[in-house]
Design a protein around this ligand. Structure first.
Ligand SMILES: Cc1ncc(COP(=O)(O)O)c(C=O)c1O
Length: 424
């Protein structure tokens, strides 16, 4: 019988029985119950005789990453906005942003009335290209934001050097890189600040959540104000039933606090992060070698990366497939073979449906601003090519057993062989 693609009714290569995500542990349940019984569900609630989970998570994550300080927050988006403002970026300032990323990379910059300067990426890693960054810097550049995308770590040696040479803060967006290391140090520790998302899909998650790390005490103090409406935690434990947050008011903030439930979940999830990372790395190494032998190109990372985190397993398809079938069709056929959603990469930000500065009146700040934030003014050939040629597989695939990696590679091979022929 003729072999048929699963998308056309053929047999699947894998039964689709993959590990689920997110996964909780006994500690996760225990911690949530502790919060329920504590009668303090937010850091902004009254003190009940113990440090908040929010404080404890901040301390634990600072130790985990090796940062001097960690300020938890409600989302990755809030973390990025707070980090920018803590670095004193504001209205009409230019911020360098990678050309391929989740929309937040640009919308968070716009959200503080600054100008996202969409900048091209490295073809092999998909992360900010240092040469393009040098070209994009002007006298109005006030920050460089870099995203460690998918499973890659950006070239931090070169980006740090550029940021230092121009006295511009570098902010690392590590939303996709919990546990990744470069030159043996955790990502997020190389610039002025590192931001994290703990949204549902992330490697460390509480459904929604975020955090910012920094070594700079002044930045940390501003971050604290920015996340709790201008309040900071009292230096000494307050009396029972008093507020732990005091109105220090050195800087106006907003409410971006992480709830006690989310912080308690993160405390438990952090305990299993390294074990999960090790499993993902082992499986990714195996899949890399299988796919390379079939002519696919797994995403590269900067040379001095010491540990990858694998938020997504990104693969570049052979040019012949991209040109004749397109990445979207390949991803759909692969998804059907293995019963797992495989996606195309984000569209480059100059063409991204979600990045629409002119859809909101608050950004109608006059012609000069409107021209400056117009996404169509940016040329991003490498970002577009990366986006059109790569597909991303979810990290829960890498939590499976090693034999499943052989099925994934077999599915790539089958789809590559049969996708030309729509009848099979
Ligand atoms: C690179 C990057 N930055 C920022 C964010 C935003 O995080 P959140 O969804 O928690 O606001 C995400 C979320 O996917 C992301 O991938």
């Amino acid at each position: 019988m003729l072999e048929k693609l699963a998308i056309y009714g053929g047999a699947m290569v894998h039964d689709g029985n993959w590990p689920n995500w997110p996964q909780s542990t006994d500690s996760t349940e225990h911690n949530v119950k502790c919060v329920l019984g504590s009668h303090r569900w937010s850091v902004s609630g009254q003190y009940r005789g113990q440090p908040s989970w929010e404080e404890r998570f901040g301390q634990k994550f600072a130790i985990y990453t090796g940062a001097g300080y960690c300020v938890p927050s409600s989302t990755g988006t809030a973390s990025l906005s707070m980090a920018l403002e803590a670095c004193e970026v504001g209205a009409y300032d230019e911020v360098i942003v990678p050309g391929v990323s989740w929309v937040t990379s640009a919308s968070a910059v716009l959200g503080i009335n600054a100008i996202p300067v969409l900048t091209d990426v490295d073809s092999k890693t998909g992360c900010l290209d240092p040469v393009a960054v040098e070209r994009a810097i002007t006298s109005r550049t006030r920050a460089i934001t870099v995203v460690h995308l998918g499973s890659a770590v950006a070239n931090l040696d070169r980006l740090v050097a550029i940021a230092r040479a121009h006295s511009i803060p570098l902010i690392e967006d590590c939303a996709q890189a919990h546990g990744a290391r470069y030159a043996d140090r955790h990502v997020g520790c190389f610039g002025a600040a590192g931001t994290f998302s703990m949204q549902h899909s992330k490697l460390l998650t509480s459904g929604e959540g975020g955090a910012v790390i920094t070594d700079d005490p002044d930045i940390a103090r501003r971050l604290e104000h920015l996340r709790a409406d201008g309040r900071t935690l009292s230096a000494q434990p307050p009396g029972m039933d008093e507020m732990a947050l005091v109105e220090s008011a050195e800087l106006m903030g907003n409410n971006h606090c992480l709830s006690e439930f989310h912080a308690a979940i993160l405390m438990a999830q952090l305990e299993v992060l390294d074990e999960q990372k090790a499993r993902r790395c082992r499986n990714a190494a195996m899949l890399d070698s299988l796919l390379v032998s079939l002519g696919f190109l797994p995403q590269a990372t900067a040379p001095r990366t010491t540990e990858r985190a694998y938020y997504t397993y990104v693969v570049r398809l052979p040019q012949s497939i991209v040109e004749t079938q397109g990445a979207e069709r390949f991803a759909a056929a692969l998804s059907a073979e293995i019963g797992l959603p495989c996606k195309t990469m984000y569209s480059a930000l100059n063409q991204n449906l979600l990045y629409q500065p002119f859809s909101r009146n608050r950004f109608a700040l006059g012609k000069a601003f409107t021209d400056a934030v117009d996404p169509s003014r940016f040329q991003l050939p490498k970002a577009q090519e990366f986006s059109n040629s790569c597909i991303a597989l979810p990290h829960r695939m890498l939590l499976s057993d090693t034999s499943s990696m052989q099925h994934v590679a077999a599915a790539f091979e089958k789809v590559a062989k049969l996708i030309d022929d729509r009848r099979t």
